[in-house]
Write a protein that binds this ligand. Sequence first.
Ligand code: HEC
Ligand code: HEC
Length: 433
Amino acid sequence: MRLLIPLAVLSLVLAFSASRSTEAPTGFDNKSNGVADDATHQADLAKFEEVEQLSDGLGPLYNAQSCRECHQSPVPGAASQVAELRVGHQGPEGHFRNPEISIAHGIEVISGRSLVNDRAICPNAAFPNNEIQERVPEAETIRTFRLSLSLLGDGFVEAIADQTLIDLAERQCKSSHRKICGQVLQVPIVEAPGQMSVGRFGWKDQHASLLSFASDAYLNEMGITNRLQPDEVTNLCNTASEPNDMPGPDGLSDIDRFARFIRATKAPARDSALASSPVARKGYSLFDKIGCATCHVETLTTAAAETKINGGTFTIPAALGSITFHPYGDFLMHDVGTGDGILQATREHYGNKVFRMMSGYLSKQDFESSRNKIRTAPLWGVRLRPRLMHDGASLTLRDAILRHRGEASHVSQQFEKLKREDQEAIIEFLKSL
Ligand code: HEC
Ligand code: HEC
């Protein structure tokens, strides 16, 4: 009897620790997932929606005036139809080279990035002769569009331990007899110069940290220089003082608020009526059985609260620690035959300082072999995306599935072999996500 009590206590403790991971909150209600109080989250959301003007430092080259312009549907932070243009060419020995884009009648050549900005602030009244609009030179023959992505629930993605993704890649490769081997890319944490972590954001896994991504987007999409990306792409017709994004009275800059906003978003909610329908349930079991779930992994769990990530600069808060969520993705790079052939634009994504400091490490990162790979598209919220795949060139779920080749060839062949009604069940399941 004396022994029994401690045993009962022990098993209770064990049961408690096993069930300690909780489900991520989901929904499209613009409310915080618990990372910030609701008033803070509303204020951060307003920053995310703010429309920047010339006097704020917009441009000189840019794509849109606000984060929300490209991350909006159905709520701020989600995705949209807006795509970006990236180009380059094949250099000697077949290596990818970033484009050289001459602007202002050849006064300046933009290099070191693959992005081509679609908008410019001049010529205007003050600078009638500055023709700075970028155009694709004929010689830049490798070209693609990349659609905007949803940011909802990305705080959970950021909080996945590196080792979880590394182990997932190994398990996947073993269990598929080396047919499907996701690539892990170590990328710099811009706010922790010299530190790397496993890339998980962007179509090319170019960032691991939401703060790094926000600073990259603020400069490259909107032309707003900030403490992590202080150098303008061009200074022609630029009048605003640099850096454009200065800390407010609370010490936080816009990029800090964007990162906090994204970290506090809830994961996309499923279509609950469809999700519980027998056909969608059958669809999921077929999706799993034929191998879609090898890459489109249903469930991941974040590292524990208090774990330090992003090179020690961010501590996982309670609301993001030990959380189970359902992204239907592995956040790894795969060749599914759709690759755009464009190499990671290191100077563009990580800024001049980190680029100079880390170019030795970066060249060891095997970015070259990821040229034709794309991160597995996480399928949470896919029902809200009318254009599919990185380039938006697939317009139905069936077309997107049938386009999978390369590492996914044997899986898409399994799909083709299914009876029509079984194929429909998988598509109904996707429509519930
Ligand atoms: C002109 C449209 C546009 C604007 C404006 C824009 N983005 Fe994006 N965003 C994109 C595109 C396109 C991608 C995918 C980029 C890629 O990987 O090639 C993306 C991806 C992201 C991602 C990665 C999401 C993931 O899950 O992988 C984050 C984070 C992000 N944007 C944050 C921001 C923030 C913060 C702002 C405002 C400072 C912003 N974006 C402004 C178009 C835009
Ligand atoms: C080898 C890994 C892998 C397997 C197996 C795989 N996928 Fe994918 N899937 C990807 C990648 C990578 C992309 C993104 C490709 C791109 O954008 O060019 C993707 C994209 C998609 C998309 C488009 C999502 C969007 O937001 O644009 C859908 C839908 C999809 N997959 C469904 C499936 C289904 C259904 C199966 C099983 C028949 C499957 N996938 C098997 C890796 C895989």
